[in-house]
Design a protein around this ligand. Structure first.
Ligand code: ADP
Length: 554
């Protein structure tokens, strides 16, 4: 700043100095030139009077400092010269001023002097006798004057530079210091010179819009990370050099990588060949959907390329844990195969019996027996289909079941009524204890769970054994204990009996009309109600199923 001000001041000063010097010089030069001619004319006039009176004597009393005087006769011969020796001087009749004076009475001329920087002004006056009196004086010409002024001009210039530097540094200080002291955080609070005010209000406006933009960007960033961080799916954005631009925690977990602050290549997060291939393909512009094993988890990677002006500039990767889905699909496949198998057996029997009757191999008195067998198998089929429907509904989880208030004690009593005959046939005694605990639940599902547990308690009991149901009403969560004194369940079968179609003794289960789906319905049904079922059992002594329902929130 100081330099720029200094340059400006110096430029202005030099221009002013040059122009003013030139003007002054011109004016003075003209003025003094005219003044000199006047002086010469006066001096010539006075001297002429003296010469006309005294003749050549007049030149004797010439003062020392007088201008050069030359006296010339009519023929141009020099009679007197105050500076040079008149005898050595040439004839002056052809000199410009002499010729003019001879013709007009007076004449002037300007001629260069011996020295380059000066010129000589001549004034000639014709006397009455025709002789001519000439007075001359030297004057500095323009280069001469300039030469004479160079020193003071140089001194002036040096002074100007010093003064300009001083003024420039003071001025720049006055301009710059308040700017340096500005509080740009609060532009409007600054007290400074008026010229800065528009700049400050502009900064203020810009600062406000900048703050607005920053907070908007922050908000969007937060929104984005809230969304991505709450996603179960892994989310990674990469550039076209595979470098990670953004990712969420799930992505690191699924890829089996540790969090690192530095930006790095997505390929470093998981070295599996399938993953590396997927990244390579998406950066070539392909849409990739691929199932792969990542860090011990079955994952589906969906990758989409990001384009900018038809060039792939990066990609978005979505990684989903599909273990559950895969397991579900596997279970469904097994279930379908099992159902088909389970349906085939009674249908084959029905078809066989019907064929024998059709071919006339059955005596009329045996027809009833065969019809009874067909009926039994058909019943088995109906039970099986009903169980499959129930379990499918629970699997779907989409069915809307109305909730109602159920008295657990009364509900069990109803189930006991349904099982009474069966229990009697099996020689099993039924006992019901506990309180009239009421719950708000899906009655049909609860009924199904309790029936299956009690039915099993009768089916897998011993002659003369007991089935006891106790309703526990004191705890926060209602509990129903279904205990039998039957055959019991071995520890290795404890978890497996809740699987679909798993039976400890298949032929025994089939013989007593089991489908192998009862406990599976119990497990899924209690989960549907928000409860859980636990099993305690000793082989040969009996089993205890504990159904715990969710806490009632009023
Ligand atoms: P099923 O229709 O065969 O009874 P479930 O799913 O109800 O099918 O039961 C699966 C298997 O668990 C049964 O086949 C049986 O072997 C065993 N089981 C179920 N309940 C009991 C019980 N109370 N005592 C002993 N074994 C049982």
């Amino acid at each position: 700043m100081t330099k720029r001000i200094l340059k400006s001041i110096l430029l202005v000063s030099v221009i002013v100095l040059t122009v003013s010097s030139a003007l002054t010089m011109g004016i003075l030069y003209n003025y003094f030139g005219k003044q000199l001619v006047k002086e010469l004319r006066k001096e010539a006039a006075y001297l002429a009077i003296s010469v006309e009176k005294k003749g050549m004597e007049a030149f004797e009393s010439l003062p020392h400092e007088a201008e050069r005087v030359t006296y010339i006769d009519q023929d141009g011969n020099v009679l007197f010269d105050s500076v040079a020796d008149e005898n050595a001087m040439e004839n002056h009749s052809q000199r410009e001023e002499i010729k003019e004076a001879a013709a007009k009475g007076h004449g002037t001329a300007v001629r260069k002097s011996d020295t380059l920087s000066k010129k000589t002004l001549y004034y000639a006056l014709r006397l009455e006798d025709g002789s001519i009196l000439r007075v001359s004086s030297e004057q500095y010409n323009v280069p001469g004057i300039i030469g004479g002024m160079i020193q003071p001009i140089l001194i002036m210039l040096v002074l100007m530079v010093i003064l300009s530097y001083f003024i420039a540094s003071r001025l720049s200080g006055k301009i710059v210091n308040p700017i340096n002291a500005l509080d740009l955080e609060h532009p409007q609070d600054n007290q400074t010179y008026d010229e800065i005010a528009p700049l400050l209000s502009k900064i203020n406006r810009q600062q406000k819009s900048l703050q607005h933009e920053i907070s908007e960007a922050k908000r969007q960033q937060e929104e984005f990370s809230i969304i991505t961080e709450n996603m179960e799916e892994g989310f990674v954005v990469i550039d076209n050099h595979t470098e990670i631009l953004s990712h969420n925690t799930s992505a690191l977990q699924l890829l089996g990588a540790k969090p690192e602050k530095e930006r790095r290549s997505v390929l470093a997060l998981n070295r599996s060949e399938d993953f590396q291939n997927a990244v390579e393909r998406v950066l070539k512009g392909q849409h990739v959907v691929s199932n792969m094993e990542l860090a011990g988890t079955s994952c589906q990677v969906t990758a989409n390329p990001v384009y900018n002006e038809k060039q792939v500039t990066g990609a978005v990767l979505l990684i989903q844990d599909v273990t559950e889905r895969m397991r579900g699909e596997q279970m469904r496949r097994e279930f379908t195969a099992n159902v088909s198998h389970e349906l085939k057996t009674p249908l084959t029997s029905i078809s066989g019996f019907a064929e024998i009757i059709q071919d006339g191999y059955v005596k009329p008195e045996d027809t009833k027996k065969f019809a009874g067998r067909i009926f039994k198998e058909a019943q088995r089929l109906i039970t099986l289909v009903n169980d499959v429907i129930k379990i499918s509904q629970l699997d779907e989880g989409k069915m809307v079941f109305a909730k109602e208030t159920v008295d657990l004690y009364e509900e069990t009593r109803e189930i006991f009524k349904r099982l009474e005959q069966k229990a009697e046939e099996a020689g099993v005694h039924l006992y019901l204890y506990g309180q009239h605990r009421k719950v708000t639940t899906v009655k049909t599902i609860l009924e199904e769970i309790l029936f299956n547990l009690c039915d099993n308690g009768v089916k897998y009991n011993k002659q003369g054994g007991n089935l006891t149901v106790t309703i526990k009403g004191d705890e926060k969560r209602p509990q129903i204990l279904v205990e039998d004194t039957g055959i019991g369940i071995a520890p290795e079968d404890k978890n497996r009996i809740f699987e679909r179609f798993y039976r400890v003794d298949k032929s025994h289960s089939k013989a007593i009309g089991g489908t192998g789906l009862g406990l599976s319905i119990v497990k899924h049904g209690s989960m549907f109600l928000g409860g859980e079922v636990k099993l305690e059992s000793t082989v040969g002594e009996g089993s205890r199923f504990i159904l715990t329902l969710p806490e009632e929130t009023e």
